[in-house]
Design a protein around this ligand. Structure first.
Ligand code: AMP
Length: 396
């Protein structure tokens, strides 16, 4: 366990954690602290194929981590004595300040908290998790790895909204992009799978999970991405609308009397697949489609239509395309989405092989035909491993 990295992804009432061996690329143990601040908290741990649980009140993030660490110690993984190399923290918004992994100091933590104005749902929880972890493991370097960092290279034409420049400047309104750790990791895995240098490749990466985003990557550098100021823009997601006419917001305010919080909840939590047909999980969506549910059929069609729109846009943005890759829960598991997203594009040199696409393999794999000029791949994302490796690289 010496040399392993603890990766922490902290939400407002939960903390996901994983102990990663960055050389082997394996998770030594992983778990989740749930219902922080509620009378009946829960810590779940998986180690060596065995699941354990602890129930009881968890007052705050610090106490949740203490309980998780004591469960780790019970299975022989005592973090305090075993010498872990670093703690890597997933932080959603790095604003215009943080564009690479950054070792946490009191000043860095204060800046992450200040950036809460750009990510009110995420950064406060990330900061609370960091505070708790630093308190519990004060002698280990803590490194923040930002979801926005990889998109630091977006050219001005791709990151700029066409609104009054003074308003934009004053309020830091621009496109930042999210899921960057995943897009960067997957782009690297694509190059490794194809036996090419990432610097030679023009790629589209489609991260399709409950949240979803697309990116256009030129020689390893992101040149466009679908998420914007917040993770709401772009593709249709599990519960988020993705692209929408901003006029809908003003219309709902004026005509329906909805206030900002209601509209925010509508677009982030009651939209996307869930808003369209009542479910956000693709397995349930499939079941509904099989029963002939018209709303579910429409939800699927809207989802795929938006996806194809972005693929088309990024194909033209890049000019030459070498690879299109599907990743995350939907991208890795739903062959039908992959087939429909790229159907009828043989004339553009993009052809999915039906047998390869539906094969039950789990690892990084090619699913295009041998004649396809553009390689189509499925690559499992591993944000925890990417965060662990980044934390080690940037820890002093
Ligand atoms: P993620 O956010 O990457 O964890 O992806 C979560 C989403 O992936 C779920 O809401 C499902 O829609 C989808 N998903 C995960 N596993 C499967 C599966 N085996 N079959 C179909 N959809 C899946």
């Amino acid at each position: 366990m010496k040399g392993s990295v603890l990766v922490i992804n902290s939400g407002s009432s939960s903390i996901k954690f994983q102990l990663v061996d960055p050389d082997a690329g394996d998770a030594v143990a992983d778990g989740i602290v749930e219902r922080i601040g509620e009378p009946e908290g829960l810590v779940k741990l998986r180690h060596g194929g065995v699941d354990t649980e602890h129930r009881g009140p968890i007052a705050d993030h610090s106490e949740g981590l203490r309980q998780a660490f004591s469960m780790l110690a019970e299975v022989g993984l005592d973090l305090a004595s075993a010498g872990i190399a670093a703690v890597g923290h997933r932080v959603v918004h790095g604003g215009e300040v943080f564009y690479q992994p950054t070792e946490i100091t009191p000043e860095v933590l204060a800046e992450i908290s200040r950036l809460s104005e750009l990510a009110p749902l995420h950064n406060p929880a990330n900061a609370t998790g960091i505070e708790g972890a630093v308190r519990e493991l004060p002698d280990v370097p803590h490194v923040a790895v930002f979801d926005t960092a990889y998109f630091h290279t977006l050219p001005a034409r791709a990151r700029t909204y066409a609104i009054d420049r003074d308003v934009a400047r004053e309020h830091s309104v621009r496109r930042y992009g999210f899921h960057g750790t995943s897009h960067e990791y997957v782009a690297g895995q694509v190059a490794a799978t194809l036996g090419r240098d990432v610097a030679e490749l023009n790629q589209i990466v489609l991260h399709l999970g409950n949240g979803a985003s697309a990116s256009a990557i030129e020689g390893g550098r992101a040149v466009d991405t679908s998420m914007g100021l917040t993770p709401l823009e772009g593709l249709v997601m599990g519960t988020r609308s993705g692209d929408i006419d901003a006029g809908v917001v003003t219309h709902l305010h004026r005509s329906a009397g909805m206030d900002v919080e209601e509209i925010d909840a509508l677009l982030n939590r009651r939209s996307g697949l869930k808003g369209l047909c009542g479910v956000n999980d693709f397995r349930e969506l499939r079941r509904l489609i099989d029963t002939g549910d018209a709303d579910a059929v429409l939800a699927y069609d809207v989802y795929v239509h938006r996806l194809r729109k972005y693929i088309g846009a990024y194909l033209v943005t890049l000019g030459r395309l070498d690879a299109i890759t599907f990743t995350a829960g939907v991208g890795e598991n739903v062959a039908e989405v992959r087939a429909d997203a790229l159907a009828g594009l043989a004339g553009l040199g993009i052809e999915v092989d039906p047998d390869r696409n539906t094969a039950k393999d789990r690892g990084a794999r090619l699913i295009s035909t041998d004649d396809s000029a553009v390689a189509v791949l499925v690559v499992p994302t591993n944000e925890e491993l990417a965060i662990a490796r980044a934390a080690l690289r940037f820890a002093r």
